[in-house]
Design a protein around this ligand. Sequence first.
Ligand code: FE2
Length: 283
Amino acid sequence: MAARSLASIVPTHRLLEGGGFPVRRPAALGRLTDPFLLLDEMGPVDWAPGEAIGAPAHPHRGFETVTYLLEGRICHSDSAGNSGELGPGDVQWMTAGRGVIHSELPTPEFLESGGVMHGFQIWVNLPAKDKMMEPRYQDIPADEIPVAESDDGLVRARVVAGECLGVSAVIETVIPIVYIHLTIQPGGSLVQPLDEGLNGIIYCFGGELNVEDGSVSDGQMAILSEGDSVAISVAEDADGAAEALLLAGEPLGEPIARYGPFVMNTEEELRQAFTDYQSGNFA
Ligand code: FE2
């Protein structure tokens, strides 16, 4: 197998998103991270009672939003009447397709009590032929997300999409996607196959990981070079476990016309998205 190494390290910056919640976001994703359009680490933020903020009603068209919550509680509802709640460890894989208008807010109980909110939202692009597909939700509770563990118990993997250590995800993706939450204790290591041709990313959100000849630490995103596997490890004398998302996906290589919550292929389609949204002919 040809092991992948670190092609580049992308720093992250902090900003306010939605109604004003703090996120950590790697500098612009592009061709090397295709099909991933956005990666936001939401928080962690410790809200005082009555202060938690989310994203009030907003539209999406042409891609997927994947929300993975680690702490806190979010409720979502959309214009088609779908609604639900996400708690720690839950995943929502929402395929916006031709359009949804939804809100993503702290639950009333969480808003009242306050507490720590922490999670991820990533945006996965859809191929041109699927951009106008029917919207689809896959709401997977924490206890249905498969977990894999290495024989020595030092690597724990929550398999949101793809496969790890012989364990397969339950979520269906439109194009081949790998989405794994890795927790690696000091001295732990993993060799993960990643099909040749997929773009691969590691986002570290705690501790430090080694990949081939380099390292990725808290708040950094690494773009992986070509290859068919990646070897990830944590030094034996590390202070604590490393936490990371390992993402890989098949690059679409298609033109992108993007504005805010709409990601299409042409300016014409983008204008159409605005027209449809403004005329209420959406979702
Ligand atoms: Fe959204």
